[in-house]
Design a protein around this ligand. Structure first.
Ligand SMILES: [Zn+2]
Length: 360
């Protein structure tokens, strides 16, 4: 019987003071609200900069720290592969071309060994979902289909004692070969990226007994009665439409005789994903308000840090988009937000799925 740990998307962080080494608690509100990422140490009273670099284990009583407890909780992973973990992970033709072009032959071979033998990474429910958000933001996976896997570990595993600090020793990039050389199936590490401060595991494939999988987002959770009334949605769409047409007229006008400022503005808006260099114009403001409004409705109870990550990953519609894009965006937003706000239902859906044995 797998144990489900309490899912918490409101958590704060423990930061290590750079001067005296003391752990300092920082709430998610303080994290998100700090303009310069500085905090005062409660021990030595010195200022220090907080962030991933000085993240500490969030919960010193985490059940996963006990060797006999470690296989008992459910572990999670998100990926674009419906069947995970794959038996082997050869580099794609594109990656081979890319590496060959940039590396001498011996270095290419070494790189291939490392990349093709990456250990598998599993973590808490929160870490798995934050990992998906990060991939959607950073790795051109915004439009990819993602899958959530629930993982059951095997028994009799060789577990490295204690945990690693991802900032100090290799953990996130470790290979299965290295784990095998060190005689372990599992290492724990404090995740400095996803659900910062939580325990994640790097494991060899043989450590995983079986998995359950669901495709994301979950249509069943989208079709439930929404918090937004039809009227609210109509009003918003009308607002956005009207602003869009004004924007289109403005853009056409400025093309007739663009001023240097127009050109600068246009360049700023054309940067993919980047925030405009100049004050956002009206169209951007309305779209940002729309995203914030929807986030208020659907990410209730989610910390401002994770809410920001979510909004970045979803990337709101552009002024040049239309109604259809807005609706697709809204539907995706609602479906993915449900993963954060209704984890119990997600876990029930997973429970209805068959376990797939991971065999050699
Ligand atoms: Zn200190």
């Amino acid at each position: 019987m797998l144990i489900e740990r309490r899912v918490d998307f409101t958590h704060g962080y423990r930061m290590r003071c750079e001067n005296c080494g003391a752990g300092n608690w920082l709430s998610a509100d303080e994290y998100a609200g700090s303009p310069d990422a500085m905090m005062v140490c409660s021990e030595c009273k010195e200022d220090f900069q907080f962030g991933r670099r000085v993240i500490e284990l969030r919960d010193p009583d985490d059940a996963a720290l006990g060797d006999s407890m470690l296989p008992q909780p459910a572990w999670y992973h998100t990926t674009t592969h419906p069947e995970w973990p794959p038996a082997s992970k050869p580099l794609s033709d594109q990656e081979i071309r890319h590496y060959r072009a940039g590396l001498p032959p011996e270095e290419f071979e070494r790189r291939r060994q490392v990349d093709e033998n990456q250990a598998l990474h599993i973590g808490t429910y929160e870490a798995a979902l934050e990992s998906m958000l990060r991939r959607m933001t950073e790795q051109d996976d915004r439009q990819s289909a993602f899958y959530l896997h629930r993982v059951r570990l095997g028994h009799g595993l060789q577990i490295e004692p204690g945990y690693r600090d991802e900032n100090k020793v290799p953990a996130a990039k470790i290979t299965s070969t290295t784990l095998a050389d060190e005689g372990v199936d599992v290492i724990r590490y404090v995740n400095a990226y996803e659900s910062m401060g939580s325990i994640s595991l790097a494991v060899v494939r043989g450590a995983i007994e079986s998995t359950q999988m669901i495709a994301l987002p979950l249509p069943r959770l989208v079709t439930k009665p929404s918090n937004l009334t039809t009227e609210q949605i109509q009003t918003f769409r009308a607002d956005v439409r009207s602003i869009r047409s004004k924007h289109a007229i403005g853009a056409a006008d400025s093309l007739k005789s663009p001023t240097p400022l127009d050109r600068l503005r246009q360049r700023a808006y054309e940067r993919p994903g980047g925030p405009p260099l100049l004050e956002p114009n009206e169209a951007y403001k309305v779209l940002r308000d729309m995203a914030d409004f929807v986030a208020d409705q659907y990410l209730d109870g989610v910390s401002p840090v994770i809410r920001d990550d979510f909004l970045h990953a979803l990337h709101r519609p552009e002024p040049a988009d239309g109604d259809e894009v807005d609706l697709a965006w809204l539907s995706k937003f609602i479906g993915l937000a449900a993963l954060l706000t209704r984890p119990d239902e997600v876990q029930q859906l997973l429970s209805a799925r068959p376990w797939r044995a991971v065999t050699a």
